[in-house]
Design a protein around this ligand. Structure first.
Ligand code: 1X8
Length: 320
């Protein structure tokens, strides 16, 4: 095999760094800084270098996002830190009762963080020394499926963090509404069964053993939980979300710190209104006590945290 010169190695490294930065701006920040043709030209140059010198390929190279292996099956994953489920609430009275229980248990009023409840597939991402090493489905909260190879093709999931830290984060993998509509059009044209909704389309895409299929489905993510903090210092949910941003993860920026339950309800009404305009599907709002020490004091019931509630929107009126 031909050995690449130092200049070629440096050029490959420079292309990887530049392309990964462009992809971060496009897929994580939704703020591309260059036109697609600029990205495509540099990408083609890197593909040519990696073809001429396969030893130049690194696991965080943008060329690894296209998938290409067919897995024999999905291994089971035991979640060291179980993924909890949420208590659902359906009206304002239940939210007031939730707040009353929290205040009674803590003896004072607390700040809440409201976050949109994304209608996708819960995932857990594990990093060692900054490298993405394992991605898994929620499963039953304790045992999930190893879908690392498929998640490596999801462009908003960093393959290498900005810091060489070891941690675990949780979030949602979803299919944007526009991608869902386009996918179903193609499936209809090909006489294939269409997906009922974006959540099923995302789940179906991540359950494919051929990773090229997941790579083609334009999946995205919103991360919202630091499970294993590693060296990250965060004392509350609102700042933990900023930490996720600074590590290079995609988070949902509609989040809001609410000082009172009235502000929580105002947020719920605002996003019940805005729901149909969002480019992704949501099925409600997740309300969390902001301070982590308060969360620890409140703890969990058998299945769900006492410090959170999932307000569920009424089912959307069928399109008339
Ligand atoms: N089951 C769960 O714990 C959660 C599920 C979800 C979801 N589908 N979307 C957003 C959040 C969030 N921002 O916390 C959570 S938390």
């Amino acid at each position: 095999m031909a050995v690449p010169s130092t200049e070629v190695q440096q050029r490959a490294e420079e292309l990887r760094t530049t392309l990964n930065q462009y992809a971060y701006e496009y897929y994580v920040k939704d703020q591309p800084s260059v036109e697609d043709y600029v990205y495509d030209r540099l990408y083609k140059e890197l593909v040519q270098l990696e073809t001429d010198y396969p030893q130049l390929v690194t696991e965080d190279s943008p060329t690894q996002r296209v998938g290409g292996i067919v897995l024999p099956g999905f291994e089971k994953v035991i979640h060291d830190i179980p993924l909890y489920s949420l208590n659902d609430v359906f009206d304002k009275e239940e939210i007031i009762a939730f707040d009353a229980r929290v205040q009674k248990a803590l003896g004072r009023a607390v700040d809440y963080v409201c976050e949109l409840k994304i209608d996708g597939l819960s995932i857990s991402l594990k990093y060692e020394n900054g490298r993405f090493v394992r991605g898994a489905t929620r499963g039953d909260g304790t045992v999930g499926e190893n879908i690392t190879e498929n998640l490596k093709t999801v462009k908003s999931i960093p393959l290498k963090l900005k810091e060489p830290v070891s941690l675990e984060v949780r979030g949602e993998c979803y299919m944007p509404k526009a991608s869902f509509i386009r996918l179903n059009q193609v499936r209809e044209e090909e006489g294939l069964e269409v997906f009922a909704n974006p959540r099923n389309a995302a789940a179906g895409s991540l359950r494919q053993l051929d990773t090229r299929i997941a790579a083609s489905r334009n999946l995205s993510t919103f991360l919202y939980t630091l499970a294993d903090f590693g060296p990250i210092e965060a004392h509350d949910q609102f700042s933990a979300l900023d930490e996720l941003d600074s590590l290079g993860f995609r988070t949902n920026h509609e989040r809001r710190l609410c000082r009172t339950i009235d502000e929580v309800w105002a947020y719920i009404e605002e996003f019940h209104e805005k729901r149909s305009e969002l480019p992704y599907e949501i099925d409600g709002v997740v309300i969390k006590v902001n301070d982590f020490s308060d969360q620890d004091t409140l703890g969990f019931t058998v299945k769900a945290p006492r410090w959170a509630a999932a307000y569920k929107f009424p089912p959307e009126e069928a399109e008339t």
